[in-house]
Design a protein around this ligand. Structure first.
Ligand code: HEC
Length: 288
């Protein structure tokens, strides 16, 4: 590990508090400056606790699902609610609600309001994996454009860590994506409001990491790429096109701003459809 990767590892288990959900089998040293001296524990380094949390992602109007409001060739309408759709995650699953597989255990149903907005903690393993020809996820590249978190709102690992670090600071704005105030930059100095505010995780959001510390966590995340490549046995066979940009001419050509050139304004949101937010036991507080 390089010095920055090592520092990122300490931050992942310490000031960043990432290890409390993305468990790596070691201790969590929460005091700033404290070094993690714990031995590797019994937990396997899966980099997920297999739990769930609501990280407060803004609604992503670039998600094709919002536009699937008319029947397709087979007569199937993916999302009759359009922008009245809200992704309640685990809550919809426990209600056996719209789009969810049936909840296998009725006794869990009353717990739905406690998990609205929560999604399973993804493993951080292989999060930076990319084809060898465009080996990074970060601009200027040549990079491989990934979509992070459940709705793809976050476009780079730098943005991912910056989001955890600053979501609940003065960058939090009561706007939807595409409507950040003039003078602010979406995903850099403006975070649109969460799609679902219920059960928002507050162990993240205001971590006090410096810009350098954010970059060190990114460097650490990039070390979590292993050699295991199924179902793509040979990553050398990637035939797609790598992304590139020119920082001299494109203001969005940086890990912090990549993807900002293709933001679209979220339309005025209709209230959450009753087939989603009106299913008992209803979300508490109600979802707008
Ligand atoms: C309270 C639990 C929690 C904490 C603390 C936490 N995460 Fe996460 N993490 C999640 C959840 C939940 C998801 C999936 C969220 C989603 O898709 O909406 C996730 C997803 C991720 C992903 C995968 C994204 C993808 O699309 O593959 C990475 C990488 C990640 N987190 C890194 C971090 C880092 C770095 C930190 C510390 C700065 C951190 N997490 C702190 C719960 C947590």
């Amino acid at each position: 590990m390089t010095a920055d990767e090592k520092a990122g590892f300490q931050l992942f288990n310490g000031k960043g508090n990432c290890n409390s959900c993305h468990v790596d089998g070691r201790g969590t040293a929460l005091t700033p400056g404290q070094t993690d001296n714990t031995n590797t524990g019994s937990a396997r380094p899966t980099f997920t606790c297999f739990g769930s949390a609501n990280e407060g992602l803004p609604l992503n109007p670039r998600d094709a699902f919002y536009y699937q409001t008319t029947p397709d060739f087979f007569g199937f309408t993916g999302n009759p609610f359009g922008f009245g759709y809200r992704d309640l995650g685990m809550g919809t699953f426990l209600r056996s609600g719209f789009g969810a597989a049936p909840n296998p255990n009725d006794t869990w149903t009353p717990l739905a309001p406690m998990v609205d907005g929560q999604f399973q903690v993804s493993s951080a393993r292989n999060v930076a994996m990319a084809p060898l020809v465009c080996p990074t996820t970060e601009a200027p590249g040549p990079f491989f454009q990934k979509e992070f978190f459940h709705n793809g709102y976050i476009k780079s690992l730098k943005q991912l860590v910056h989001f955890y670090n600053t979501r609940d600071t003065s960058f939090a704005q009561p706007v939807t994506s595409g409507h950040c105030a003039a003078g602010t930059i979406e995903r850099v100095t403006c975070w649109p409001m969460p799609e679902v505010r219920n059960n928002l995780d507050t162990t993240t959001g205001m971590l006090g990491l410096t810009d350098t510390e954010e970059n060190q966590i990114v460097a650490f995340l990039m070390t979590l790429t292993d050699g295991f490549t199924r179902p793509y046995p040979d990553i050398n066979t990637f035939t797609g096109v790598c992304m590139t940009c020119n920082p001299a001419t494109d203001p969005n050509c940086s890990p912090s701003r990549q993807g900002n050139g293709s933001l679209i304004p979220t339309p005025p949101l209709p209230p959450c459809a009753s087939a989603i937010c009106g299913v008992a036991p209803v979300p508490n507080p109600p979802i707008p």
